[in-house]
Design a protein around this ligand. Structure first.
Ligand code: FAD
Length: 392
């Protein structure tokens, strides 16, 4: 048993813990504090308790690691459609599962009106088993509801590894699950490997501002959990002959959402740069915001989208969803035209998946040229202006 514990002898029912708690995790009834399902074991109430009646009990580390098996991939859906990163994670998860000699399992929560064949898509992408829950409470991506569901599943089925896409929802969900299960989480992994014998997932990610790559392991707790940004791994081609089964599970009746969706505002047109086959990525070298329409025209003529470096987001020229790099998104287009970008390591961390890079920069020694197949030494506006004229 782990989590928040109330010492009934010491508790005086003062209610200070209720006021400290930000997740509705504790209530006072009959002058006694009681832990509710909202508790995420953050420990904030423990420090504030004047009588020392609250404590966080930790499961003894390293006790039962061998009982955890299988690699799980959280198959996030948006309005019933599975997001591309889930397929990328299944391809990587397949490698890890094969190295461990275990099953690859996709975990799919969806609303009752989602397409019937989402599980078949996951099986064709390599899942041996799909754990599916169709429930109206899972239609909206409410991290608290999903976290409760995954927590219950993990306690029952004990997976060794869980991979999540580092989408906005995945970034909210994975830490929530980690706290509930009192296990580790490595965010934004760029490389995943596994120690075959001990089953330790080697989770590599940039650290210290991207100046070194850190490999992180979670030796004493299970499941081992990572998030991976869209575009870091490649999805495998679907294999319709791959066999897998689907098991339908129920969501506990007492799981309720505290969130009410009032309105849905569609993301801007540049929001899906992670899926674009062609990208024009602009940097400070384009000179000014006035150059953006020309850059956007190049992207349009190439049938692609516009991305940018961080300084342009900081200057308010483009939305943060367009930022490519370590603190933006990772992209894997077939063609990336990089315009006026120096190629700082934090930016390069997001473009490693691009098949072809054409870079335009006035400085022949710019680092971006080290990654580009085609280097154009010249002024951004002149070169792009000429390209646009010809493409028109
Ligand atoms: P600059 O470095 O200023 O480069 C401009 C380039 O334009 C130069 O190479 C110059 O030669 C060229 N140029 C100048 N004039 C012209 C012209 N007329 N025509 C053509 N070329 C010209 N950055 C990101 O992009 N994404 C991230 O996710 C990110 N995350 C970060 C995280 C951390 C923790 C830190 C510390 C930094 C991060 N950065 C990120 C910032 C990163 O370090 C760089 O500062 C940034 O990428 C530089 O952007 P830039 O290439 O547009 O600008």
């Amino acid at each position: 048993m782990s989590g928040l514990v109330v010492d009934q002898e010491k508790c005086v029912g003062c209610g200070l813990c209720v006021r400290t708690c930000t997740s509705g995790g504790i209530e006072v009834t009959d002058r006694l504090a009681r832990v509710t399902d909202g508790c995420v074991s953050c420990g904030m109430c423990v420090d504030g308790c004047p009588t020392g009646a609250l404590s966080i009990q930790k499961e003894a580390a390293g006790t039962d690691l061998a009982s955890y098996t299988d690699v799980w991939v959280f198959a996030q859906q948006e309005a019933g459609t599975i997001v591309p990163v889930a397929f990328e994670l299944l391809a990587k998860g397949r490698e890890v599962a094969e190295a461990r000699g275990c099953r690859l399992v996709a975990v799919l929560g969806e609303g009752t009106d989602a397409p019937d064949d989402n599980d078949a898509l996951l099986v064709a992408a390599g899942a041996d088993l799909v754990i599916r829950c169709r429930d109206a409470r899972l239609a909206d991506n409410d991290a608290e509801v999903y976290a409760r569901w995954i927590e219950d599943l993990v306690k029952e089925r004990r997976p060794e590894v869980i991979l999540y896409g580092a989408t906005p929802f995945g970034r909210e969900l994975a830490p929530n699950v980690a706290v509930r299960l009192r296990t580790g989480l490595t965010a934004d992994c760029t490389v995943l490997d596994v120690d075959r014998e001990r089953g330790l997932l080697q989770q590599t990610r940039p650290a210290f501002g991207g100046n070194l790559m850190a490999t992180i392991v979670c030796p004493d707790h299970r499941p081992q959990m990572s998030t991976v940004r869209p575009g870091v791994f490649s999805a495998a081609d679907p294999d319709p002959t791959h066999e897998g089964t689907t098991v339908d599970v129920a969501l506990d009746a007492d799981v309720t959402s505290r969130i009410r969706v009032l309105e849905r505002i569609p993301a801007g047109s540049d929001a899906s740069i992670t899926d674009a086959d062609t990208l024009v990525v602009v940097g400070r070298g384009i000179g000014s915001k006035k150059a953006l329409p020309l850059m956007r025209e190049l992207a349009d003529l190439l049938g692609g989208k516009l991305g940018c470096t961080r300084p342009l987001v900081e200057a308010g020229w483009l939305d943060a969803s367009c930022q490519v790099g370590q603190t933006g998104v990772s992209v894997a287009p077939k063609l990336l035209v990089s315009v006026g970008v120096s190629g700082a390591i934090q930016h390069l961390a997001g473009i490693g998946g691009a098949e072809r890079i054409v870079a335009i920069n006035t400085d022949p020694s710019a680092a971006i040229f080290g990654m580009a197949q085609y280097a154009v030494v010249g002024d951004a506006n002149q070169v792009v202006g000429e390209l646009v004229k010809r493409l028109r």
